[in-house]
Design a protein around this ligand. Structure first.
Ligand code: FAD
Ligand code: AMP
Length: 484
């Protein structure tokens, strides 16, 4: 095997593997180095997203939502079910099978596309050389004209609640639990905390979510956040805001708590020191860039004060021929953001056009109802001083949402008063994560709300709610009462 490549990508997650595939599509030689190993020790491409993040969480969210709906919601459709039982082992096997098929799929794409897969640890040495340490410890040196760093991120550990892998666990462990905890604590009401809390709540856990901030989803549009909080509380998630965790102690049952152990969690809120006892505690307080042993001294690649690899708008590190993409660089930690960066860099390396529009990155929380946003919140637009208008359309007025028995939530569209440009779209409701795609495309094309108003939407579909929200921005909604 040749040890010199046009491009070496370090990291085979959703930022790295698309960079490798696009590089090969562009006719260059490329290797992708990845060190991921699953809990059973098996190596797999796909990174956090496929192995421990997006895909397994969505598999469990889908299964648990079906279980919940069958028990709680099917009766209203005239479907009566008795003897419904949870087979968690089968549910978890399905999750693991999906992950395996998807990660095998990347290996197959590499093979078909001409990407050289290399499993093991990659370390950038000065002069665009890369040291590869295979899982068996064998070392070799590779060279490349360009190196793309895509080393991803890792869960943040709280000093007050260190992981023990059994009772105090990270998001990966929380996806692979073999039993439903009776009492579950979640630290952090961010995307991951809310999704994992929802999964186990639907399976019967009593879930308490402790969030240090007093505002729920502080960065989101607050009208959307208020509705989300209302809906999630209604489902029985006990979300406590302004609750900063100060300690967690595993009690009883020997090391790690054992079968009879528990976790005593202390937190402070406006009323003072509080304490709860749970069986399992998920720490979901965010992720940090992962760059352990990635850069040898003298490479010239800089990290910022939070540990992110410093890059410009085109993911150049400042060292000629060295690029960085995905969770290890600034910007939202989202798989699709990393994917677009990986593709951009591969195209720039090949001398083609490449650009990422950082103003139109969709963000989805896969709770029920789903929460999806793109662009600016009303608070951000207000703060910018630009005059704006808002259109809101409730799913209560959507025929399709009624047919689906999924009328909670709304579509909110914000457009500029001066030139009618769409500035932000915020959706809470059924399949919001799919509906947001239309808003992303509209913003990508700098569309006006009138553009959406004049676009025909099939009836009856959920997408009509986006159409009607655009009409509502000019108080011309047909299917809802326009607000004065
Ligand atoms: P990663 O996916 O972390 O991949 C990096 C890879 O590089 C890993 O395989 C790692 O082992 C490898 N690596 C690191 N250093 C080296 C080295 N020196 N040598 C060799 N290999 C190395 N995002 C979404 O957009 N949608 C979601 O629904 C979503 N859900 C999530 C749910 C959970 C529970 C979690 C934890 C995350 C979720 N995310 C979601 C976030 C998403 O997983 C990340 O944004 C995404 O995986 C980042 O991609 P990446 O390629 O930058 O990094
Ligand atoms: P995200 O970054 O979206 O994954 O969300 C993580 C959440 O965890 C943020 O909303 C933080 O405010 C919250 N958080 C961080 N530290 C603590 C803590 N000690 N106690 C409670 N919540 C915390």
């Amino acid at each position: 095997m040749a040890d010199a490549f046009d491009v070496i990508v370090i990291g085979g997650g959703p930022a790295g593997y698309p960079a490798a595939i696009r590089t090969a599509q562009n006719g260059l030689t490329v290797a992708c180095i990845d060190e991921w190993r699953n809990h059973d020790g098996s190596a797999a491409f796909g990174g956090t997203c496929l192995n421990a993040g997006c895909i397994p969480s969505k598999a469990l969210l889908e299964s648990t939502e079906l279980y919940h709906r069958l028990r709680e919601e099917f009766a209203v459709h005239g479907i009566r079910a008795s003897g419904v039982e949870l087979d968690l082992a089968a549910m978890q096997k399905r999750r693991a099978d999906i992950v395996r098929k998807m990660t095998d799929g990347i290996a197959a794409l590499f093979k078909a596309g001409g990407v050289t897969p290399l499993q093991g640890h990659g370390k950038l040495l000065p002069g665009k050389r890369v040291e590869l340490t295979a899982h068996d410890g064998a070392r070799r040196e590779l060279t490349a004209k360009h190196v793309v760093l895509a080393s991803g991120s890792a869960p943040i550990e709280l000093a007050a609640a260190p992981f023990d892998g059994q009772r105090i666990i990270d998001s990966w462990d929380a996806l692979e639990l073999g039993a439903v905890p009776k009492r579950l604590g979640v630290i952090g009401a961010g995307v991951i905390g809310l999704e994992l809390g929802s999964v186990w709540r639907r399976l019967g856990s009593e879930v308490i979510v402790l969030e240090a901030l007093t505002e729920f989803l502080a960065a989101a549009d607050q009208q959307l956040a208020r509705e989300a909080l209302r809906q999630l509380k209604r489902q029985g998630l006990d979300i406590r805001l302004g609750a900063k965790v100060t300690g967690a102690k595993v009690t009883g049952g020997g090391a790690g708590g054992g079968a009879t152990g528990a976790v005593e969690v202390s937190y402070s809120d406006a009323k003072g020191e509080q304490r709860i006892t749970v069986d399992t505690l998920i720490v979901a307080v965010g992720r940090r860039p992962f760059t352990r042993d990635l850069l040898a001294p003298g490479t010239g690649v800089a990290l910022d004060e939070r540990g992110f690899i410093v890059v410009d708008d085109h993911c150049r590190t400042g060292v000629e021929g060295v690029w960085a993409v995905g969770d290890c660089v600034r910007g939202p930690m989202l798989a699709h953001k990393g994917k677009e960066e990986g593709i951009m860099v591969a195209d720039l390396i090949a001398g083609r056009y490449g650009e990422v529009n950082y103003r139109a990155i969709p963000s989805v929380i896969y709770t029920a109802p789903e929460i999806a946003t793109v662009g600016a919140s009303e608070e951000q637009v207000k703060a910018s001083g630009r005059a704006y208008k808002v259109g809101v359309f409730p799913f209560l007025a959507s025929g399709r949402a009624r047919a689906m028995e999924a009328t909670a939530g709304f579509v909110k569209l914000i457009a500029a008063r001066d030139d009618d440009e769409i500035l932000g779209v915020h959706i809470i409701g059924p399949l919001a994560g799919e509906l947001i795609a239309e808003a992303v495309l509209a913003m990508e094309y700098s569309a006006s709300s009138e553009d959406l108003q004049r676009t025909m939407h099939a009836h009856p579909t959920l997408s009509e709610a986006v159409h009607e929200a655009a009409l509502a921005a000019d108080k011309r909604s047909i299917d809802s009462i326009n607000r004065p």
